[in-house]
Write a protein that binds this ligand. Structure first.
Ligand code: FAD
Length: 288
């Protein structure tokens, strides 16, 4: 099923994310994670794409596992470090294995990377054009409520986002954020700019204090004082931090829903217990 059809009515949707293993020998372990996660009935499940594209087959394999469990997969695909031919090959492979939904991404620039020549796509909008030309896919793009770290400013960031959407993106999934006001302001900016595709809010449950440095390095997102206090108080106690992180994420989701955000993507990071705990915490609110 296409994700644009899953999210088109005004019902709440909660989706999950898994990442494939780095080595083929661990594929069964990841499949077991997928199987456990599907028991919490996500609206769909996304599967990330290895930064350098070398494990593209793993993403497709995990997407197939999701599909075999009766859940719609969203396969991520990055283009920065793969030639156009390689990208086309992966899209074709996804098509042949029944993947209908692709999150089209540029990928992060690796250290020391010399910028691509015409053999490569430089930005996600080019990848989107390519995928569109290859079949009837539902295509998602990434968006950044706190601005992409490479962007000069908010104005150019939103202009490039508009360009990406105009290429035919069906929905946007946001980078994680911990302060809902950031997302509400971003939603307004999108509306002003005429970006009218559904925005899926990305929520990261922080269950370990040690995750935070990495999160900030990757996403540049700000931590509200309320969140910092939680980490200060519970960061040293693994069980308490995990519980606090789950409750914080659930509260964020409830506030988003109360403010008209229907589609939530949880960065579940191969943790079925965390996914299940958030769904439990939300209870009947999800089906409201
Ligand atoms: P783009 O849309 O190309 O934007 C990148 C930068 O270029 C931005 O600053 C933008 O403003 C600017 N820009 C865009 N178009 C132009 C233009 N025409 N001219 C000049 N500048 C332009 N990474 C992975 O490796 N694997 C994953 O599975 C993965 N999943 C992700 C899922 C989500 C929901 C998000 C938010 C990110 C994910 N990432 C993943 C990280 C992503 O690859 C990086 O954030 C990357 O740096 C940008 O990707 P993009 O698709 O947003 O790029």
């Amino acid at each position: 099923m296409k994700i644009k059809d899953i999210i088109k009515n005004n019902k709440t949707t909660v989706s999950f994310e898994v990442f494939p293993p780095k080595e083929w020998s661990k594929i069964e372990t990841t499949k077991a994670v997928v199987d456990e996660m599907t028991e919490s009935h996500p609206a769909f499940m996304s599967v990330t794409y290895g930064a350098a594209g070398t494990t593209s087959g793993f993403t497709t394999e995990i997407a197939q596992e999701i599909l075999s469990k009766g859940v719609t997969p969203l396969a991520h695909l990055t283009c920065l470090t793969s030639t156009r031919d390689k990208v086309r090959h992966v899209v074709q492979e996804m098509k042949e294995t029944g993947v209908e939904n692709i999150l089209a991404l540029r990928g992060d620039i690796p250290e020391g990377f010399t910028f691509p020549d015409e053999q490569y796509f430089e930005h996600a909008y080019q990848l989107i054009n390519e995928i569109k030309s290859m079949g009837d896919f539902c295509i998602g793009g990434a968006c950044y409520p706190e601005v992409h770290p490479e962007s000069e400013n908010r104005v150019t960031d939103i202009e490039y986002l508009k360009q990406k959407v105009d290429c035919g993106v069906d929905f946007l999934t946001s980078q994680m954020f911990f302060d809902n006001n950031v997302f509400f302001n971003f939603r307004e900016m999108c509306a002003i700019k005429g970006i009218n595709v559904p925005l899926i809010a990305g929520i990261m449950p922080v269950t370990k204090a040690s995750q935070i440095t990495r999160i900030i390095k990757l996403s540049d997102c700000t931590l509200p004082v309320k969140f910092e206090k939680i980490v200060e108080r519970f960061g040293e106690n693994d069980n308490a931090m995990k519980q606090a992180g789950i409750v914080y994420a659930a509260e964020q989701i409830i506030d988003l829903m109360a403010n008209g955000v229907n589609n939530i993507h949880i960065y579940t990071m191969n943790k079925p217990d965390v996914a299940a705990a958030i769904v439990r915490e939300l209870g009947d609110i999800i089906n409201e």
